[in-house]
Unconditional design. Sequence first.
Length: 153
Amino acid sequence: MIDWKFPWQAQCLCGQVSMTISEPPMASFACHCRDCQKLTGGAYSLTLMLPAHGLQSEGETEVGGLHRDSLRHHFCTYCKNWLYTDGFAEGLVNFRPSLLDDSSWVIPFAETFTCERLPAAQTGATMSFDRFPDESDFPEMLEGFIKSGIHPR
């Protein structure tokens, strides 16, 4: 059994939004899609998928990035840091783990949209998907993440 050592603290770049994580992540991902590349300004976005009730946020946020019914990207209203995304699945959020006070342990277990991966972008992920994984892939992926032992030391 993994000792997750909760709560975890996180904040945006300017510190006006603080977050507390109180539940273990279900998986860690690197997404190489062009949208994530543009949102991050980097080669991919790094995500911890969490139960929504395991993320508490204090401070003013706004929805930005791509405006879709199925995705809501939350940003700090002042520094515009991308904080988390919800709306993609009921009861789940994708949290940006680089905002954690200690993100040194975060490794993506799975990577998505490798068809759009930049040539030099390597993540070390165990599982790779050309696009977004099919719903039938999630049980193996979630179980694999738990077995991988990726957690704070």
